[in-house]
Design a binder for this molecule. Sequence first.
Ligand code: SF4
Ligand code: SF4
Length: 235
Amino acid sequence: MTESCKKMLLASIYETYETFWADTFFACRKGCASCCTQSVTITTIEGNNILEYLEEYDVIREDDLAGRLAAATPSLPACTTNQFAGSFLDGKVPEAGAEEWSLAPCIFLAGNCCTIYPARPFACRCFASTAPCGPEGAALLPTAVISLNTAVMQIIEHLDQGGCWGNMIEVLKSLAGLKPTGGGAGPGHKKSKLYISQENPGFLIPPEDEAVVVKYLNTLYMKETAGRTFAEWLH
Ligand code: SF4
Ligand code: SF4
């Protein structure tokens, strides 16, 4: 699948997700940004979207971006979402999701607003709360939202197979040809905290959240993009 197809399907995922929750109340508002930290994970498709947006709208100069990436203190996850799901489905105890949670402000935050809002990745689109989070950033979400968010992250990683998966800082560094924070020689290296995006091994959906996730998946898989349904593009 070409990069432009992947980009088109990612846009369908975002659009379906936004419509799906359109009538649900969330407390999230412009200027409320304690959730905008350096703990966001993304894929190559999303990283390329961000870099294209930065260039097209001249948001940050190239040397300024390199400086911000170098100075960042990102959290470094221990495995991808699909690796985590795969271990779990194999009956193994998965590694922890992240070594530590970095609460440092996101490098794209300015005046409590996102400077790359139209190109923000799925992890930012799905992070929400039904009550204002407060300074420590604890969000309140129904489990069905969390289950759906995990399923959508699995689909995006599946779509990105062979690309990079990791903290946004690490993926952007890799795409820009900069040295990784976690050490190692790049995605897949045993010391690197940047991973290769994996095939979806199956979803992790508790029975009580199944109806919500299936409803979203049915809507997404039947959605037509460039003459084919999402499901046809995936298989
Ligand atoms: S998740 Fe929390 S901090 Fe982030 S916008 Fe929503 S209410 Fe505000
Ligand atoms: S990319 Fe934007 S929405 Fe996402 S954490 Fe950074 S500032 Fe917040």
